[in-house]
Design a protein around this ligand. Structure first.
Ligand code: AP5
Ligand code: MG
Ligand code: ZN
Length: 216
């Protein structure tokens, strides 16, 4: 199984990815997480990516495609994985097709989480992330047991730099112009599953599970 999870920033990709990875025994491949990890380690690739991320810009296709190609190069054709946040441009979608075709494989399905702009803004404003283990919370929708402390590891919670309002607006505009066109790209290939993301965490997850069941 090879899944792709897409949707605007703050749609809940990371939240659903965590559940899907466990339920279907998949490797999680999130370009956003890979960039943030690399930055935390002081890797030059991460430093370069963070210059774009801070502004809410997309990291350039060349660098992003290279990182994904390298990550997938170790995987066998039958590897099970879930891509979260990649591809994000039509150019990246083509690059991914090429990587998978070279391996003699293809995507199983593309899950598109649909959420309205107002909901996104509220979700990103309240998101808090653990500095240590990257677990994600929300001040209102998924508060930690103790304020600003990670339930999982006791680490500090903080707000992502790109969740500040100016950056959020830019990310939403870029989503509309660069990423939304991919929906048609995958629709045309018969891969697309739309999921209503404006429901509880559990209901969104159940809808995805049902859609995947119908597929087989
Ligand atoms: P990335 O990390 O991928 O960010 P994103 O796509 O903007 O998505 P988010 O992580 O912000 O949101 P999410 O959908 O994962 O939502 P979450 O589950 O956290 O990328 C960051 C940056 O890296 C990009 O802007 C870009 O610069 C760069 N980048 C990454 N990939 C790239 C690529 N391929 N090409 C170029 N550049 C790239 O949920 C959000 C909040 O809502 C949380 O607080 C959560 O608790 C809450 N929530 C989630 N679901 C629900 C629900 N059902 N009900 C109530 N609350 C909910
Ligand atoms: Mg995410
Ligand atoms: Zn933690």
């Amino acid at each position: 199984m090879k899944l792709l999870l897409m949707g605007p920033p703050g749609a809940g990709k990371g939240s659903q990815s965590k559940k899907l990875v466990e339920a279907y025994d998949l490797q999680s491949i999130s370009t956003g997480e890979m960039f943030r990890e690399a930055y935390k380690k002081g890797d030059p690739m991460g430093e370069k990516a963070m210059e774009y991320i801070r502004q809410g810009e997309l990291v350039d296709d060349e660098l992003t495609n290279r990182v994904v190609r390298e990550r997938l190069s170790h995987e066998r054709p039958d590897a099970r994985f879930l891509l979260d946040g990649y591809p994000r441009t039509v150019n990246q979608a083509r690059a991914l097709d090429k990587i998978l075709t070279e391996k003699g494989t293809r995507l199983t399905a593309v899950i598109n989480i649909v959420v309205d702009k107002e909901v996104i803004i509220e979700r990103m404003a309240g998101r808090r992330v653990c500095r240590q283990c990257a677990a994600t919370y929300h001040t209102k929708f998924r508060p930690p047991r103790v304020e600003n402390v990670c339930d999982a590891c006791g680490g500090d919670l903080h707000q992502r730099e790109d969740d500040k309002p100016a950056s959020v607006r830019n990310r939403l505009n870029i989503y509309e112009s660069k990423t939304r066109p991919i929906i048609d790209y995958y629709k045309g290939r018969g891969f697309l599953i739309n999921i209503d993301g404006e429901q509880s965490f559990e209901k969104v997850f159940r809808d995805i599970q049902r859609a995947l069941r119908d597929l087989t």
